[in-house]
Each structure stands twice: as C-alpha cells, then as structure tokens.
Design a protein. Structure first.
Length: 209
C-alpha cells in the first residue's frame, strides 16, 4: 500500500489517477499510523515552500516522514514535494526543509520565462531503478520557479534551462522528481511503475529479515 501525504498542498487527484492506472494500491491520508504501516510514501506538492512546511508541521507529519526515511521505506517527493526533501529553501524566506537530502532550493535565475513550464528533456546522470525502461533524453513536464542546488551524487537525471535543473534525485530510499510524473504521459507512468517496483523490492527484503 502506497500512502499519499494529504497536507493541503498536493496535486493529489492526478497522482491518484496515475497510481490507479498502474494498478497500485494507495491511500490518501494525513494519519501518522497509515504512513508507518504503508509500504511506500508519496509526498506531492504545489505551492510555496514555507507554507508547505507549516502545513506539515501543523499536522505533525515532519517527524513521521523522517521516521519513514530512517526506517528505509521508499519515499518519493514530487515537484514541491521533492524540494521539501532538501535542507532548506530560499523561497520567500529561508525555511528549513525535511533535511533528508543535502542541498538548498534556490530561485531560477535564468534568461528564460519563469516559471519553467512545459516539456523538457531529461538527461540521465547515472543508472538508477527509476530509469528502467526510460530512454535517455525522454521528455517530461515541468512547472516550477525554484530548483534544488545539490551535490552531483544526489542527481539521477537533469534538464537544461539556463542552469542544470535536477529532475530526478535520490539517496538511499529517498527519491524525488522536480517534474510531474503524473502529467508526463507514458514516460511519467513508467517512472511511477518503477517506483512501485522499488517498493516491491523493499517489501521482499523485509520478509527475509
């Protein structure tokens, strides 16, 4: 069972539709117990970083998400949800993030239209389970004005938009996509299938313990 974090900032319906399409069992919840009992967690997000962190704090979910990560359970942040995984953001005001990945979320300072909205190529930076059945240079759909400035070893795939925007990030069991897989056609659906496979692999490893 995949638990989708319901904290008032997510594009939850489209994520639900995508998970339903791939036959994944899921629940939309803000209950701590549901996350701790799930097999994997998706943290969606649309909006401003400071408000998102306040919403998570008000619902008591910051410590829960950290427990999920510490337990080794697959955790996947999407768009703003990916940005929340990092140490801090400069959006509006300096705000601490979940600190599950190293790096800072900064405003795109590029000679192009902001927000970065539309299709862009995703370039592979290293092999990763989320790349399974995905061609290097595949197009994915972005909508964002801020991006993660982070160490290269965290970046699984990126897109060029005046700067190199980390498109997929990962460290251990923590994953993120700056673009919207649920709006990226068959490519995005395959990425979600791949995340589902990551969860299945993790579940199997727990049975053998």
């Amino acid at each position: 069972m995949i638990a989708i974090v319901d904290y008032g900032m997510g594009n939850i319906r489209s994520v639900e539709q995508a998970l339903r399409h791939i036959g994944a069992e899921y629940i939309v919840t803000d209950e701590a117990e549901a996350f701790l009992n799930s097999d994997g967690v998706i943290l969606p997000g649309v909006g401003a970083f400071p408000r998102a962190m306040r919403c998570l704090e008000e619902k008591g979910l910051i410590s829960v998400l950290k427990q999920v990560a510490i337990a080794g359970k697959p955790l996947f942040g999407i768009c703003l949800g990916m940005q929340l995984l990092f140490e801090e953001s400069e959006e509006i005001e300096k705000t601490k993030g979940l600190g599950l990945l190293p790096g800072t979320v900064r405003k795109l300072d590029v000679p192009y239209k902001i927000p970065h909205m539309g299709w862009n190529q995703l370039q592979k930076k290293k092999e990763h389970p989320l790349w399974n059945e995905i061609e290097d240079g595949a197009f994915v759909y972005y909508v964002h004005s801020y991006y993660a400035q982070c160490p290269n070893d965290v970046v699984v795939g990126d897109s060029e938009y005046g700067v190199f925007v980390p498109g997929i990030v990962s460290r251990g069991n923590v994953f993120g996509a700056q673009f919207h897989p649920e709006k990226s056609g068959e490519i995005g659906i395959q990425i979600l299938r791949n995340f589902k496979e990551v969860i299945e692999t993790w579940k199997s490893s727990q049975l053998s313990i």
